[in-house]
Ligand binder design. Structure first.
Ligand SMILES: NC(=O)c1ccc[n+]([C@@H]2O[C@H](COP(=O)([O-])OP(=O)(O)OC[C@H]3O[C@@H](n4cnc5c(N)ncnc54)[C@H](O)[C@@H]3O)[C@@H](O)[C@H]2O)c1
Length: 412
C-alpha cells in the first residue's frame, strides 16, 4: 500500500520504516529539514536498537523516503498517519498545537486529491480530539467531508522506547478506533502481516484505551515504589516481594521494578492529561493523582540518601529516562541534577547515549565521571553500570549495580 506518515519522531519513524520493511511504499514528512536530510542519508536522528540497519535496508530497497513536502506525500499515498508530538502545556494539560497544524496542513494537501483517502491519528490525544480537532481542521482546510470523501481512524501506539522495533514487529494488539468502515478496512489491510488481535472501537474509545493503558502502567510503578519504601523499613527485598506477587496470573510481573520511577515523553504527560481531562469532565482520578505524587518525590529521596553534598563532587551515572534510549524528556535524572545543583554539589555526569541536557556539561566516559568524586548516584539502568570501578559510596536508584560494597539502594 502507499503510506505517508506526518512526524518522524520515535513513533512516526519506527512505523514508517516498519511498514516499508513489510513491503509498503512509505513517505515520512517532517517540518525539520535537518532531520529529513539525516533520515534520507541513513542516519537515524534517534537512538533505537535495530533502527540503523532497518533504515538502511528500506532506503536501499527504494520504497522509503523522508520529505518536508506534505503535498507530495499526500498525493503519493492512500493512507496517512498523524504521529506528531502531543506535549504537556504549562498547566499539565495536553498541548495540541502540533496536531492542529498537522491536520490543517493535511487538509490543505488533500484539497486536490480525487481518490478516497484514509487519515489515521496515531499520536496520543485526549478522547474527543480526533473528532473535535482533527476532523474539523481537515474538513475546513480541504472542503471535503469526513466519512464521505475521506475516512478517519484512531490507532494508538503502544511501542516502548528502547524496544520500539521489537514492539512494532510484535504488537500485543492493534486498536482501531474508526469513523467509517472503509477506512478501518484500509487500516486492517495495511496491518495484515500482524497476527495479534485487532479491536475495533469508536474513535474516542481508542483514544481512551491509550491513556488508560499508560496511566495503569504508571500506577503499577508507583505502587511498586510505595511498597518498596515500606519494604526497606522492615528489611524486605521489594524485588523478591514483587517476584512472588507477579507469579499470580491475575497480576502479571511487568512494571513492578521499584526505583527512581517513571519519566520520558509519555507517562508524565499522559498521566497529567488523564487526570486533567477527567477533572474537566467532573470525574475524580484519585488513584492516578496519587501515582503522580508518589513519582514526583522520588528524586528528592535519592538526593536525601546522598546526605550533605554541598561542595562535594558527585558522579551522576545515567541521564536518559531509561536504558536503551537517548530520550531525556522529563527524565527523573534531570530532576535529581536540579536538586544536586540547588544543594551546591559539583556534578560530573555521564550517559552513553542520552541527548543533551540544557546547561549540563558531560563527561565522555564513566571513569571520567568517577574521577575525584566522593559519591556516585546511578540514575539509569544501563548495563555498563553493573560494575562501577569506584571505592566511594554508590547510591543505586535502579537496582542495577552488582558490586555492593559501600552501597545503598534507593529502596533495597
Ligand atoms: N515516544 C514514545 O515512546 C511513544 C509511544 C507511544 C505513543 N507516543 C505518542 O506518539 C506521538 C509522537 O511521539 P514521538 O515521541 O514520536 O514525538 P517526537 O516529538 O519524537 O516527534 C514528533 C515529530 O513531529 C514533527 N512535527 C511536528 N509538527 C509537524 C508538522 N506539522 N508536520 C510534520 N512534522 C511535524 C516534529 O518535528 C518531530 O520530528 C505523541 O503523541 C506521543 O505521545 C509516543
Amino acid at each position: 500500500m502507499k503510506v505517508s506518515v506526518i512526524g518522524t519522531g520515535y513513533v512516526g519513524l519506527i512505523s514508517g520504516v516498519g511498514y516499508a520493511s513489510q513491503g509498503h511504499d512509505v513517505i515520512c514528512v517532517d517540518v525539520l529539514e535537518e532531520k529529513v536530510a539525516k533520515i534520507n542519508a541513513g542516519e537515524p536522528p534517534i537512538h533505537e536498537a535495530g533502527l540503523p540497519e532497518r533504515l538502511r535496508q528500506v532506503l536501499d530497497k527504494g520504497n522509503f523516503k523522508a520529505t518536508t513536502d506534505i503535498t507530495d506525500a499526500i498525493e503519493n499515498s492512500d493512507i496517512c498517519f498523524i504521529s506528531v508530538g502531543t506535549p504537556s502545556a504549562a498547566d499539565g494539560s495536553i498541548d495540541l498545537k502540533y496536531i492542529e497544524q498537522a491536520s490543517k496542513d493535511l487538509g490543505t494537501a488533500l484539497k486536490n486529491k480525487d481518490s478516497y483517502f484514509t487519515i489515521v491519528v496515531k499520536s496520543t490525544v485526549t478522547p474527543g480530539t480526533t473528532e473535535g480537532t482533527v476532523i474539523k481542521n481537515v474538513e475546513a482546510a480541504s472542503g471535503k467531508k469526513a466519512g464521505q470523501d475521506f475516512g478517519v481512524c484512531m490507532n494508538p501506539e503502544f511501542l516502548r522506547e528502547g524496544k520500539a522495533i521489537e514492539d512494532f514487529d510484535n504488537p500485543d494488539r492493534i486498536v482501531i478506533g474508526r469513523l467509517d468502515e472503509k477506512s478501518s478496512e484500509a487500516l486492517k489491510a495495511l496491518n495484515k502481516a500482524f497476527t495479534c488481535p485487532v479491536l475495533e472501537t469508536p474513535l474516542s474509545t481508542a483514544e481512551m484505551i491509550k491513556y488508560v493503558s499508560n496511566a495503569f502502567l504508571a500506577v503499577k510503578i508507583s505502587y511498586a515504589n510505595e511498597v518498596a519504601e515500606f519494604c526497606k523499613k522492615i528489611g524486605a527485598d521489594p524485588y523478591e516481594v514483587f517476584k512472588g506477587v507477579g507469579m499470580d496470573k491475575r497480576i502479571n510481573p511487568a512494571f513492578f521494578n521499584s526505583g527512581l520511577g517513571w519519566g520520558g515523553s509519555c507517562f508524565p504527560k499522559d498521566t497529567k492529561e488523564f487526570a486533567a481531562a477527567a477533572k474537566r469532565e467532573g470525574a475524580n482520578p484519585r488513584i492516578v493523582d496519587a501515582a503522580i505524587e508518589t513519582n514526583k518525590i522520588l528524586p528528592s529521596k535519592i538526593v536525601e540518601l546522598a546526605g550533605d553534598v554541598s561542595g562535594k563532587t558527585v558522579a551522576v551515572l545515567g541521564l536518559a529516562f531509561k536504558a536503551g534510549t537517548d530520550d531525556v524528556r522529563e527524565s527523573q535524572a534531570v530532576e535529581v541534577i536540579k536538586l544536586l545543583n540547588e544543594k551546591g554539589a559539583k556534578i560530573q555526569a555521564y550517559d552513553p547515549e542520552a541527548s543533551e541536557v540544557e546547561g549540563l556539561e558531560r563527561e565522555e566516559t564513566m571513569e571520567k565521571a568517577l574521577e575525584g568524586a566522593e559519591i556516585c548516584l546511578v540514575l539509569t539502568e544501563w548495563p555498563e553500570f553493573e560494575n562501577i570501578p569506584f571505592s566511594g559510596k554508590i547510591i543505586d536508584g535502579r537496582n542495577i549495580v552488582e558490586n555492593r560494597e559501600n552501597y545503598e539502594g534507593l529502596f533495597w
